[in-house]
Design a protein around this ligand. Sequence first.
Ligand SMILES: NC(=O)c1ccc[n+]([C@@H]2O[C@H](COP(=O)([O-])OP(=O)(O)OC[C@H]3O[C@@H](n4cnc5c(N)ncnc54)[C@H](OP(=O)(O)O)[C@@H]3O)[C@@H](O)[C@H]2O)c1
Length: 336
Amino acid sequence: MKALVQSAYGGPDVMGLQDVDRPTPGPGEILIRVRAAGLNPVDFKTREGKLRLVQRYRLPIVMGNELAGVVEACGDRVKRFVPGDRVFARVAKERLGAFADFAAVDEAFVAEMPDDLDFTAAAGVPLAGLTALQALRDELKLKPGSRVFIPGGAGGVGTFAIPIAKWLGAQVTTTASPRGRALVERLGADCVIDYTIERFEERIGDMDGVFDLVGGETLVRAFGVVKPGRKVVSIAEMPEPQTALKDLGRGYGLAALFWLASFRLRRLARKHDAHYRFLFMHPSGAELAELARLIKDGVIEPVVDRVFRFAEIGEAFAYLEAGHAKGKVVVQMSEP
Ligand SMILES: NC(=O)c1ccc[n+]([C@@H]2O[C@H](COP(=O)([O-])OP(=O)(O)OC[C@H]3O[C@@H](n4cnc5c(N)ncnc54)[C@H](OP(=O)(O)O)[C@@H]3O)[C@@H](O)[C@H]2O)c1
């Protein structure tokens, strides 16, 4: 089968399409014929080695974090799926493997696709959708009437975060350039600030929470817009001790390293009487099934910016790496 293989850490030239053996599903695993796979910034950050402290891979490895496809075969003890089911998944972080004609995935990470979604739309849902759900519902605990600030609303995660925050009953303020304004308004943002000409802290304050998708200076300034005692959750900056202990299930060694790395941000948070949290999302078939219901009910409408053929996956990476995607970037595998 064809697969995108990473052979070293570095730039685009360390990855390429190769012929490799089809994986065999182990107990509790499903073999999926991949019809489409979503791209995410984590794909190029992994390739560059930026996440080596969090996840170290034995190379070469088949890349790719999320997919949609059809169940081809089931390993022993698989209970919920049968061959022919249309499914999607955020695959295991330790194993990857979504950029391939076939992938073996733990049943616990898989859910049935919504009936009227096509494979390309479904492939872009799992990673960004689960991240938004886990951040807004489980970390920020948004409730009806909460006021949330989501900088960077027009990208892959933002286009899930806005409708999910609205579904939770929150009032949503986001930032976008003129290129993204119409999209975030269509998704339900109540207030859109053009980050290219305005400083958001001059327009807003007293937020019940921030979900930061941008990092850097944006995150630094965001501490000033939350109410005392509230949380700023980032997915784009520096991990902190809870990232190691809660999200990664790792020990105090890594937590201590993250304590040091996040010292400046935590001190800044304290100065504003706020809390800093860096969330590392986790795969979950059960939560993906919740997202499938929200899609079926029309709460979430997956936004696909561009679809590339599998042979063009290098171009798909370059497009996403440029940092201006509006919604998700997806590659489509050939028809079986
Ligand atoms: N920790 C986790 O578990 C986790 C999970 C998912 C994603 N992430 C991280 O979260 C970040 C966002 O991911 P994504 O998939 O949404 O990325 P993405 O799709 O590449 O985001 C691109 C969008 O960001 C907008 N943007 C860029 N700079 C901005 C700024 N300063 N202010 C407001 N908007 C800005 C761009 O708008 P314009 O082009 O119009 O400027 C573009 O529409 C990445 O760093 C990713 O690695 C982390």
